[in-house]
Ligand binder design. Structure first.
Ligand code: PLP
Length: 476
């Protein structure tokens, strides 16, 4: 037994020998000699330990090559890489939220690969401001007098509170002291900004008189926060925005709103009801509103601050603005996204076009996809109605009916197993899994969120998922 282990240990080639092999040389060209050494070293140590523990392994040259090549291939993959979103969740925060419009992408490439007038005033030949590239369009689209952009909406809220309310009291309804996810919590960001949170009302009902009663001579602001990812139903009340604005202005206070998602068009134009767009917020008397660029707006990650000039101007020289400034690639993408809104070209913005898709077009796509999948798999493939979601904390209660393809009876296993195998691909594919029309444990491919080229990947993936290949794809 001991001899047998010794023999196997001795049979493992040394690092120098391995590094001379043609197949490792190819990987050295990609990962560098040290990179390949690190991977091989780690694995050889593991294999030797397992041998010593008495495990019976096939460590023939072929088998060892297969193991090591699998690891090198995994190492060679980019860490941050594209994937196929077949979940039907349009603004999926874990999957990068919004996909950029083609025209926006082209602008990013141009601006990022060369020099630009990022902070240069071409008319006068002097230093300019990066914010100037998007302020005009933002004002035109929202009706604001002035606007600023920062890294994201959390940053926008932080900047506003730091610059406008530090050392003073800010009144917030107890029904709006929310946590958005990714550790954005209203009380925490308030504490960090140096503003003092004053809670008013109750969880489900806050009246105008509650706000009025909470105002002291130390109050500077009333803050309204979009509850985003949850909804309260039943015995609830909140004052009208216009009444809140009247109260704030009568007392000489600022009314600020964290609108979260940032609708730039009337939601009804997208077939979505129940959210207030930014223009309406400002028209109803909000002094300053903040929102994200990559949620309902469908642009890059950015945080917008829009509102009255007197208020926005107080933010311009603030150090937090400098710390959270937006980079040129983001500005390029955002400027073009604004332009698409100005033109009313909503279908060029992927987030909006996905949200606007009709049942008819999704059903047709699912039918086509199902037919193509049936040619490559022995599993049961059917067209099914599915439940999609807007995501990104927008419209949590709104059922978004979609269409998809349900896969059951696959020889490799149920939905959970298929999800794992599809995730392990070089181009990972994320699918839903749920009961569809009385079918248990079906893999659900939602077509709403598929991008051009994704169907081809899906067909290839199912063609690769043969019963003879029970190993996960990365070890093939
Ligand atoms: C999403 C959201 C945020 C955070 O926005 P980011 O752009 O992710 O920083 C803040 N407030 C509300 C109400 C939100 O919905």
């Amino acid at each position: 037994m001991i001899d047998e282990i010794r023999q196997k240990m001795r049979a493992i080639p040394g690092m120098d020998v391995l590094l001379e092999k043609e197949w490792t040389r190819q990987w050295q060209a990609t990962l560098g000699r040290e990179g390949v050494k690190r991977v091989i070293n780690g694995e050889l140590t593991r294999l030797r330990r397992r041998l010593l523990e008495g495990e019976d392994m096939d460590l023939s040259p072929d088998s060892l090559q297969k193991i090591l090549e699998g690891l090198l291939r995994a190492e060679g993959r980019r860490r941050l890489r594209p994937l196929v979103n077949a979940t039907g969740v349009v603004i999926h925060t874990n999957l990068g939220r919004s996909c950029l419009a083609d025209e926006a992408l082209a602008a990013v490439t141009e601006v990022a690969s060369g020099y630009s007038n990022l902070e240069y005033n071409l008319d006068e030949g002097v230093r300019g401001h990066r914010n100037a590239h998007v302020e005009g369009a933002l004002c035109a689209l929202t009706g604001a007098e002035a606007a600023l952009v920062v890294n994201n909406n959390a940053g926008a809220v932080l900047l506003c509170l730091s610059a406008l309310a530090k050392g003073t009291e800010v009144v917030v309804s107890r029904g709006e002291l929310v946590e958005i996810g990714g550790s954005f919590r209203v009380p925490d960001i308030m504490a960090f900004s140096g503003a003092e949170l004053v809670e008013t009302g109750t969880t489900n009902r806050t009246h105008l008189r509650d706000y009025a009663g909470a105002i002291t001579e130390r109050t500077s602001m009333l803050l309204k926060v979009h509850p985003s990812n949850f909804r309260m139903e039943g015995f609830t009340t909140a004052p009208e925005r216009a009444d809140l604005a009247a109260l704030a202005h009568e007392k000489g206070l600022i009314l600020m709103e964290d609108a979260g998602s940032g609708l730039l068009v009337d939601g009804k134009a997208l077939g979505l009801e129940g959210e207030t767009d930014v223009r309406a917020c400002l028209a109803e008397g909000v002094d300053v509103v903040t929102f994200s660029g990559d949620k309902m707006l469908g642009g890059p990650q950015i945080g917008v601050i829009a509102g009255r000039e007197l208020v926005v101007d107080r933010l311009r020289g603030h150090p937090v603005l400098r710390a959270l400034r937006v980079d040129k690639m983001t500005l390029a993408a955002f400027e073009i996204t604004m332009r698409l809104y100005m033109r009313g070209d909503y279908d060029a913005i992927p987030t909006l076009s996905m949200l606007r898709r009709t049942g008819e077009s999704m059903k047709a796509q699912a039918t086509r996809l199902a037919a193509r999948l049936r040619r490559v798999t022995s599993a049961r493939v059917s067209v099914a109605e599915v439940e999609d979601a807007v995501g990104g904390g927008s419209y949590p209660a709104l059922p978004l009916r979609g269409w998809g393809v349900a896969v059951t009876g696959h020889p490799l296993g149920g939905a959970g197993r298929l999800q794992t195998l599809l995730r392990a691909r070089d181009l990972p594919i994320l699918c839903g899994a749920r009961r569809i029309a009385g079918v248990d444990d079906a893999l659900a491919i939602h077509v709403r969120t598929l991008r051009p080229g994704d169907e081809k990947e899906l067909i290839q993936a199912f063609a690769d998922l043969r019963p003879s290949e029970l190993r996960p794809p990365e070890l093939k």
